[in-house]
Design a protein around this ligand. Structure first.
Ligand SMILES: Cc1ncc(COP(=O)(O)O)c(C=O)c1O
Length: 364
């Protein structure tokens, strides 16, 4: 029996979520966002399962180059961090598309000799103030880009800042900013992340860029993944490694921040923050054992955590414990721990054993 934590990745759920994206996106094409190791699920397995997407978007050059080396021939978009001359040379050689979001990238592009041409996405800052050109800088930047022999197709994009709250007026303001730009010089335009895609059709444009919804988590603060018809992709599990009979007054774990109110069984589960389970999960955060939601007690340690097992009289060493997955949404754990599902999914560590479920062999 394996006592090491396991992450099973359900390829059928990935494919299902992509079908929902396709339905919602209507005629727009899909950049499946698989940065940060496929939001922690594994870059290559996610690329394989999402083979029906029109292209993949990643954050960094290395991620795109790794996909090319793995034989991925689809369009690949590098969303940021393509800055130096060597970055651009590698991007051109690997036929990547890159986001141009600041002036020093223009100087580098200007210094490259023509040959193969590079498709670029010009990033407009519509209000996030993280990356991108201000609307007033766009015409001049565009004119300069058009003069550069190495630049091929020019596309336009921006990114939504507050899409997680569908009532936040910021999304409409950002959309309006983008729509005020004359579309004629651009081959295509892109704005929507998962939240924009699901809540705001005006953001769809030519290409949508969903990330979190592909992994079966909700992009919204007040709507669950189940309500959206999404299927969680990752199930993080481990096993009960000890069951102790504690007495009233016994304090559990580091710092003893949980004190047993009565004689009770406490089960120790083989997973901790060294595996990516959030250390800040408070007492009461649920862990699923044999269908029962057992409350976390005491601080999460590096390799272990404890649960109050009073609700499960027949709990025993070796029982499976689910930390998040289909029956226990990762968003619920994230909320308890004061973070977001994105961070928990991306934070699962390499020492967790990953397994593929419902993998579909691709035809050669
Ligand atoms: C530029 C860009 N586009 C799209 C996405 C996908 O966003 P989401 O995972 O919220 O769908 C991200 C993710 O952070 C991003 O940075």
């Amino acid at each position: 029996m394996e006592f090491a934590p396991q992450a099973s990745i359900d390829h059928a759920a990935l494919r299902h979520n992509l079908r929902l994206v396709r339905q919602a996106a209507d005629t727009s094409r899909i950049w499946a966002v698989i940065k940060a190791d496929g939001y922690g699920h594994g870059l290559f397995r996610v690329a394989e399962a999402l083979n029906e997407a029109d292209g993949f978007a990643v954050a960094r050059l290395d991620e795109a180059l790794a996909l090319r080396q793995q034989g991925v021939v689809k369009p690949l978009l590098v969303l940021s961090a393509c800055i130096s001359r060597s970055d651009f040379e590698q991007a051109i050689a690997a036929d990547l598309q890159v986001v141009v979001h600041q002036r020093d990238q223009l100087a580098v592009l200007n210094s490259l000799s023509s040959g193969q041409r590079l498709s670029i996405w010009l990033k407009l800052d519509t209000g996030m103030h993280r990356l991108g050109f201000a609307p007033g800088e766009l015409n001049e930047t565009l004119a300069q880009l058009k003069d550069l022999p190495v630049v091929g197709e020019i596309n336009l994009m921006s990114h939504l800042a507050n899409g997680d709250d569908p009532d936040d007026p910021m999304t409409a303001i950002q959309c309006e900013q983008l729509m005020q730009i004359d579309p004629s010089p651009f081959k295509a335009r892109s704005l929507a992340n998962s939240a924009g895609l699901l809540a705001n059709p005006a953001t769809h444009l030519d290409w949508v860029r969903p990330g979190i919804m592909l992994y079966g988590a909700s992009p919204f603060i007040n709507t669950t993944a189940a309500q959206l018809g999404l299927q969680p992709v990752m199930t993080l599990s481990s096993r009960v490694m000890a069951v102790k009979s504690c007495q009233a007054g016994d304090a559990i774990g580091y710092g003893g921040n949980y004190v047993c109110p009565e004689a009770m069984p406490v089960a120790t589960i083989a997973i901790g923050y060294g595996d990516g389970y959030p250390r800040h999960a408070p007492n009461g955060t649920p862990v699923l054992v044999k269908g029962a939601r057992l409350p976390l007690v005491g601080r999460v340690s590096m390799d272990m955590l404890c649960v109050d097992a009073r609700a499960l009289t027949d709990i025993q060493v070796g029982d499976e414990a689910v930390l998040w997955g289909r029956e226990l949404p990762v968003e619920e754990i994230a909320r308890q721990a004061g973070t977001i599902a994105y961070e928990l999914l991306c934070g699962v560590k390499q020492r967790v054993r990953f397994h593929d479920l419902n993998r579909q062999q691709l035809e050669a």
